[in-house]
Design a protein around this ligand. Sequence first.
Ligand SMILES: Cc1cc2nc3c(=O)[nH]c(=O)nc-3n(C[C@H](O)[C@H](O)[C@H](O)COP(=O)(O)OP(=O)(O)OC[C@H]3O[C@@H](n4cnc5c(N)ncnc54)[C@H](O)[C@@H]3O)c2cc1C
Length: 385
Amino acid sequence: MEKMKYDVVVVGGRVGGSTASLFASKKGLDVLIIEKNQEIGVPVQCAEATSSSTFKTLEMKPSSKYVCNEIKGADVYAPDGSHGHLEGGYAEGFILERKLFDKHLAIESAKAGTDILVKTTVKDLIRKKEGVRGVVAKHMDHTLEIEAELVIAADGIESQVAQMAGLNTRQTPHSLCSCAQYEMVGVSCDPHYLQFYFGQKIAPGGYVWVFPKGDGVANVGVGVRSDTTSAYSFLRKFTSQMNATPVELNIGGVPVHGPVDKTYTDGLMVVGDAAGQVEPFTGGGIHVTVLCARIAGEVAAEAIEKGKTSENFLKRYETRWKKEVGGDLKQSLKYRRIMDRLTDEEMNILAKFLKKQDLESISKMSMLGFVRDYPQFLKLLKEIL
Ligand SMILES: Cc1cc2nc3c(=O)[nH]c(=O)nc-3n(C[C@H](O)[C@H](O)[C@H](O)COP(=O)(O)OP(=O)(O)OC[C@H]3O[C@@H](n4cnc5c(N)ncnc54)[C@H](O)[C@@H]3O)c2cc1C
């Protein structure tokens, strides 16, 4: 058995792991990323849309090295085909090439001093009386015992690492949105606008998305609140009407139940999908993950500098990320719960109302008029406000 020693071991090398390690390494810590795949960033399980806040958090400029397209807004389609157009604001952003973006982050992290082991899987934790103190990992047929003051679990929705430390990060079929996506060639759509389609017949409990990557290439996907087999069959059905060819198929789950109850314990913090740090309404996780992972990397540096890695000290990680995004995630969960209850007919009514409004400044008067005409929305409205 080979033995190693680091300040911090980060499990998972994609967006969460690479961001946490980048900021911990920048603060001078000795950091190791362990990634079970042979290459960082693949296979992609993402529609690749993100907002400018991702780059702000990372202190990076969006670069054509890993950004394929700029997005100016979105077109939203209700079940009856009614169509709303969103310009700018929340709908603005970028389409990434995640394979290149995640790898770029890992490269930046390595340049800052992080060591990386690919094709290596964490199998167990080293536990001492003061808490987690490293990991046991398997690389090919070697077993590695890696001691560390702290472990950051960035191992995605199938996370085992935080559970090994006693945290309840388990996802259930009910807490996930199952997704299937083709990257397709020959998609005719406006290259700078996202498309969303709602309706029980095409995506029960979720939506269909068409996210343009430019040059007739787009991510076309379906998220549903049931199993992945049906996500794939809904995808097949939707794309059968398109004269486009798939070059890639991605299947995966998105945690849409809000963050897990506790994201730290003695010697360990959990970030990203593993911690449920995803907007439940949209399923967007990249911007939230980088923010929480940066905080985890910075808290790791403070903890190690002070020699305090108990849960008492690491609690500040959760306090900080909740202060930054906790409120937004709660609000997003409310929206998702409301969407879960809307019938197709109610979605059509809502779409017609929203179409007439300027989303940034919906007035109280127009809301009152709306609920007077459609009283069934009053209860839903109370839940949002
Ligand atoms: C179909 C789909 C579409 C999506 N679209 C969008 C979108 O358009 N915009 C957006 O913002 N978000 C989107 N998301 C969500 C987004 O992809 C995630 O929130 C984000 O990737 C989370 O990053 P992460 O680093 O926490 O986890 P992951 O990206 O899942 O990375 C976890 C890593 O840990 C590694 N790992 C796991 N276990 C071990 C182990 N034991 N040892 C070593 N390594 C391990 C895995 O190999 C993996 O590389 C989408 C998700 C899906 C499934």
